[in-house]
Design a protein around this ligand. Structure first.
Ligand SMILES: Cc1cc2nc3c(=O)[nH]c(=O)nc-3n(C[C@H](O)[C@H](O)[C@H](O)COP(=O)(O)OP(=O)(O)OC[C@H]3O[C@@H](n4cnc5c(N)ncnc54)[C@H](O)[C@@H]3O)c2cc1C
Length: 287
């Protein structure tokens, strides 16, 4: 079935109006941003919203990539392409550019939004894993005002976030500027989602890994953070043996399922290899 079920369509003129529309129509209403996840799911009837609240006209409020007092702020309607084109991001967060280059194709990157990518709750989305690695906070606004959620706490399960009814993702905010970062991905072909992908960001001090964060994409029911692997790395001098141990630990923390992109052991092996590769690249970049 390639035709969506019937739905009502509303266009919001402001964030506040979008929140009111979501409240008025209740839990069967869904936001529409770039539509590059939602529309395919509606066509397959995996999503059957009764009302779509289109926010594509809110570029004035929500489409930006900027620095404010050293904090990177990316509006929810910034397109993947805006992230890729940002000099600020290129300067500070190599992994975001690397993740974005590997997301789909130019068509999707021109339309797909940062807010949609975060709110979709698909563990195969690259951007949330990269944002986990740089300690992003997600700003959401709803009927009761604004709150901030660490991106590694945003997901409750497969395609499930902890957003309350009526809440809208407004902004991704990053205050940590790591010494270096890296994002690596294995996919079956150009434009495909990841069989596995890893984002790493770190600070070095006196030849040791002072701080590090690792985000994992496509290897669990949610975007994952490899906390124990991070713990194992802190305060250590990087070498091949350390990369190997960190990869093994991260594989333990992953929980992939078998699908068309690979078996469970294959994906766990990918995690081992990609964590090592991403760490090595980030350490070299920090030197
Ligand atoms: C062919 C194809 C290949 C792709 N390959 C990749 C890939 O390799 N890697 C990857 O990461 N992604 C990939 N994508 C997904 C794409 O990056 C996402 O669809 C896109 O980023 C999601 O943003 P959107 O604006 O299209 O969201 P929509 O499709 O408009 O919305 C997605 C979900 O988020 C909700 N939502 C949207 N905006 C908000 C908001 N501001 N606040 C709260 N909820 C909101 C919607 O209600 C919906 O539930 C691919 C997509 C396609 C079509």
């Amino acid at each position: 079935m390639q035709v969506p079920a019937r739905f009502e369509y509303e266009v919001a003129g402001s964030v506040d109006e979008a929140i009111s529309l979501l409240q008025r129509h209740g839990p069967e209403a869904q936001l529409l941003a770039g539509g590059h996840s939602l529309i395919p799911m509606m066509r397959l009837r995996l999503a059957v919203p009764e009302v779509l609240v289109d926010i594509h006209k809110l570029d004035d409020e929500l489409r930006y990539v900027r620095d404010e007092d050293g904090v990177l702020k990316i509006g929810a309607l910034a397109r993947h392409r805006d992230v890729l084109d940002s000099e600020l991001i290129e300067e500070r967060y190599a992994l975001l550019g690397e993740a974005e280059t590997l997301i789909a194709d130019p068509l999707v990157r021109n339309m797909g939004t940062v807010g949609g990518s975060l709110a979709n709750g698909d563990p195969g989305e690259d951007l949330p894993a990269a944002l986990v690695a740089i300690g992003c906070e997600v700003v959401v606004r709803g009927p009761d005002g604004e709150r901030t959620i660490a991106v590694d706490e945003l997901y409750a399960g497969f395609y499930e976030t902890i957003l309350e009814p009526g809440e809208i993702v407004i902004e991704a905010r990053v205050s940590w500027v790591p010494d270096a970062s890296s994002y690596v991905k294995v996919k079956r072909r150009t434009g495909d989602y990841a069989a596995a992908a890893i984002g790493v960001a770190l600070n070095m001090s006196g030849g040791e890994i002072e701080d590090v964060r690792i985000g994992m994409c496509g290897v669990g029911s949610t975007t994952l953070r490899a906390r124990e692997a991070e713990e194992l790395l802190r305060g250590q001098r990087p070498d091949a043996e350390l990369y190997k141990r960190a990869g093994e630990q991260a594989a333990e923390e992953s929980d992939p399922i078998e699908d068309a992109r690979g078996t469970v052991p294959f994906k766990q092996d990918l995690v081992k290899v990609l964590v090592g590769r991403s760490l090595e690249t980030a350490v070299e970049r920090a030197a």
